[in-house]
Ligand binder design. Sequence first.
Ligand code: F0G
Length: 456
Amino acid sequence: MRRMAEPYRIKTVEPLAMTTREEREAAIAKAGYNTFLLPSKLCTIDLLTDSGTSAMSDRQWSAMMIGDEAYAGAVSFDNLQRAVEEVYGFPFVCPTHQGRGAEHLISRILIKPGMHVPGNMYFTTTRAHQEMAGATFHDVIIDEAHDAQAEHPFKGNVDIAKFEALIAEVGAENIAYINVALTVNMAGGQPVSMANIEAVREVCDRHNIIMWSDATRLAENAYFIQERESGYADMSCADIVKKQLSYFDGLTMSGKKDCLVNIGGFLAMRDESILVKARELVVIYEGMPTYGGLAGRDLEAMAVGLREAVDDHYLAHRIGQVRYLGEMLQEAGVPIVEPIGGHAVFIDAAKFLPHVPQEQFPAQALAAALFVESGVRSMERGIISAGRDAEGNHRRPKLELVRLTIPRRVYTDRHMEVVADAVIELYRTRESITGLRYVYEPPTLRFFTSRFEPLG
Ligand code: F0G
């Protein structure tokens, strides 16, 4: 097989921190064994998230110079709106400071207290905003998504039978909307097929339900459709992106992922009455409807980035790089979520540390140990991220994972080899990793700021 290289060359470099094991041990203790609380300057390879961590292109940096910083009527808004219309096919757009800003607005607009919101697995901030608006979230993803090793080409698919059962149970009029994430972050970056999107649309049409998308990683989803779904091999990812979205009434976007920017997000929709409500709210929570909490230069960078992100060559390398890391781990026998997803490799911490029970936070402990071993920063996606239910009990997700999230256009394939070496070394010495106990637990989105200490 011919090898593929990064489809870019590097114009600016940022030196990486080199640390000793003693420095890392002190740092993780000071951070309460929570990788979110580590100083980034001590993270040699930072795989905490793919959110806002992309490297921008020379074209994006040049576009920033023409940002229009007028308070009102800035041309930068027109440029973003044109890009959203051309690439995503939605006529109306309302910028927000990032994805959760858009989630906040749409939850307030579409949810009345007591309503229900089905989705293909939860995302932390998405569900928090839905619940704060008074809704109950229902997971309607296919069962395979909750099994780290189940093989399915589109493990992010909505289970149509579960969706219809919910409609029968609560009544279509009590469903605020269905939220379909492209791809599904918490399931391991798993895609949704075009056929499934079409099937959801058919159900929504029959019951008059609004079909919304968390389109955060929509370009990566399109790549999987091109690769795996029959009939799409010859369609460009740009065309697949547009076709996917053609079934939706609107979307929330975290531009920090598939718009290749460091900050930014938006709502886009077809229904002007939703736009009017979004504009009423955005002035209170974010800023004028033409900037939504962003600078004009941020809007310009996002308009360029969202076009770059649907390029076939960019996506082939992007997904290929994630897969390269995942396959090195698979070959060494390290348990990971399969198939390998779009933005990250997820280590199955429950299998990696079978001697650490879930209430001793195996994924959190593994993420801390990986940092000490190598300076690689990763993130817990398990019982800590899932939080507590209304009764105050831990939610116990079936997936107890550590996410190695790959920033876009930042690291080379050689960095992936260094990460793989570190994880494989840790796997050899896994028996020495112990569980953790809580020292401080915040009331919401606890994974961000919780503090722990090691047991034993
Ligand atoms: N939806 C999904 C699927 C996400 O992954 C994120 C963010 C958001 C919404 C919220 O967007 O951060 O711009 O407010 N995910 C990041 C992550 C934080 O690390 O997975 P935001």
